[in-house]
Design a protein around this ligand. Structure first.
Ligand code: GLY
Ligand code: MN
Length: 422
């Protein structure tokens, strides 16, 4: 077993308040396609299992008994059909059939079940939730092996984005942009896109997770691209926004507000910084920019206290990234969701620590379903220049996103080489 796997297991065992409970972590099974064919969605082991094994192993189990301090990995025997159809080979580990007697020998003890659930184990939801919080927390700081993969993923992502400036011109489809970007990810060593690539042009750039369509760019469109290459299960998550031909002054101002706020937020990614504070500081800065542009009215701090920023910045400032596009996001163990509406929806609430990798991705958008909502219009009647908004309702939006490594000193931007000037 690799050194990094055994140190991860040691760290997890030391961090989980198991007392006398067993820990069982399942890899899961592939999900069949709905049409009941013999095909499945592509299989990946559950991330919690993968972290402890680095195996893609259908039905695999890794188990730990704190009484004997031993981790065991149970894997199924590869079948002839799997060898013939998939080219599968036998993975290392104990036979899966040995798991049932292992568990039976410990009957009566509580079981914390992480990863994919197993039908033969009764779930203790409260125990599982508590252990999952601690497990997430233990794996938040990236080890050297993870950072190596993440850096490679960021580098392949950077190669993809390097193709875009020459491609972004009038009459190019969102699909064409996706194809060129993803092709370059693969050429640069990416194993797959880390999540569904987002390409939104014109008003589509204000749809937060827009799926690329056949729409073709027009001069003056915003083009928002949010994509990342994955290598060995580790993904980058990067967003850049472009303008086809020249931005007009309004677009330029909007872009500069987001860029400035993003760079300030990156500089605040230091050990001990509270995520919610980062988010709110960024919101106040962007609202100050919107006030200066004449889009909003009032004191930036007071506007954010009233949650008026959510009209234009309706999502959180980012999340953890690495082993999957959300990785170990969530709450610091023991915390509960912040009751404030604009903080309750954040993907995390925790202080940053060295080794964490987070996205910083502020955005400002003109989103018709939010800006045309009569309740919001009434609530924020005096906070917004609504007649100006109406003239920009279909402008789209700007998001800028980098992946930041928190260190013991200054933050390191892992995706800094992807240009951000308009
Ligand atoms: N990259 C998409 C997201 O973070 O939601
Ligand atoms: Mn993201």
């Amino acid at each position: 077993m690799s050194d990094f796997i055994s140190s991860r297991r040691q760290r997890v065992a030391a961090s989980l308040p198991l007392d006398d409970a067993l820990l069982v972590v399942g890899a899961g099974r592939p999900v069949p396609l709905p049409e009941n064919s013999d095909q499945t969605y592509p299989f990946q082991s559950n991330a919690e299992y993968f972290y402890l094994t680095e195996l893609e192993c259908i039905d695999g189990i890794v188990a730990y008994d704190p009484r004997d301090g031993e981790w065991l990995s149970f894997v199924p025997a590869v079948t002839e059909a799997e060898r013939v159809w998939e080219g599968s080979v036998q993975l290392p580990g104990l036979p899966l059939a040995d798991f049932v007697p292992w568990l039976a020998a410990r009957a009566g003890r509580p079981v914390a079940q992480l990863g994919a659930p197993r039908p033969d184990i009764q779930i203790d939801a409260a125990l599982n939730a508590r252990m999952r919080d601690h497990f997430h927390h233990a794996r938040r700081p990236k080890d050297d092996h993870e950072l190596e993969l993440l850096r490679a993923a960021c580098s392949a992502t950077s190669s993809g984005y390097a193709k875009l400036p020459q491609l972004i011109r009038p009459d190019v489809s969102e699909r064409a942009i996706q194809i060129e970007l993803e092709a370059e990810f693969f050429r640069a060593g990416g194993t797959r896109p880390g999540y569904s690539t987002i390409v939104g042009t014109g008003s589509n750039s204000a749809v937060l997770h827009f799926s690329p369509s056949a729409r073709r760019t027009r001069s003056g469109d915003f083009v928002l691209v949010d994509a990342g290459a994955a290598i060995g299960r580790y993904t980058a998550d990067v967003t850049r926004t472009y303008v086809v031909d020249q931005p007009d002054p309004f677009q330029r101002d909007l872009y500069q507000i987001v860029l400035h706020a993003q760079e300030r937020a990156i500089s605040r990614c230091i050990a001990g910084a509270e995520w919610t504070h980062l988010h709110l500081a960024c919101a106040v800065e962007m609202v100050a920019g919107l006030v200066a542009m004449g889009v909003m009215r009032g004191s930036p701090t007071s506007l954010v206290e009233q949650e008026a920023h959510t009209l234009f910045f309706p999502h959180g400032i980012g999340h953890m990234v690495g082993l999957g596009v959300r990785d170990g996001s969530g709450l610091f163990p023991g915390r509960t969701k912040n009751p404030r509406p604009s903080l309750r929806t954040l993907r995390m609430d925790l202080p940053l620590e060295p080794g964490y990798v987070v996205t910083i991705e502020p955005g400002l958008y003109f989103i018709p379903p939010l800006l045309q909502d009569p309740v919001r219009r009434a609530t924020y009647h005096d906070c917004v220049n609504w007649s100006l908004i109406d003239s920009y309702l279909h402008l789209g939006g700007v998001r800028i996103e980098d992946n930041i490594l928190v260190t013991t000193g200054a933050p390191e931007n892992l995706t800094a080489e992807i240009p951000k000037s308009l």
